[in-house]
Design a protein. Sequence first.
Length: 172
Amino acid sequence: MELLNHDDGTWSLRKVSELEHLMLTRIRDAADPTGCGEAEQRLYPPPVAPRAGSGRGGEGGIEEDWRQFVQPELRASFGDALKVVADDIGRATAGFEDGVTRYEINVPKAHADHWCSALNQARLVIHHRHDLPDEDGEIDDDPDPEKWMAMLQSEIYGILMEFLVTRVLWLK
């Protein structure tokens, strides 16, 4: 995969392999924390530490306000970012190069923040759902295929995030 930043207000992913394209099409599913409490906690942390006073006393309080007003907005924001990314990926063009299918995705620079949000959310969920090691942690010598694919997916997303942060967003 080649990642390019263009002077015309776009950036692109070129020479995307079928496996890389498959991983990209799975961002939305990968970012869904449903059924993974640790990922939910990480994405939607409570506003105060457990057992800390809310300052209001009684029913409700800051925790209830958080659940009612902030969490839905966070979920909507994450959902909006995932939709933008899915739409961008949906506009990929396929070509045949050296006997294999390669994809190209051209993206407006204005979508870079959405991509970072979606990729970050997906990586957080993947790491918690599959109990992946931190960057300094040891990798199993023989992980199961599902865990291996999760590590690969996370790495691809991480490479994209690094490109976006260092080559697209910092150059605005």
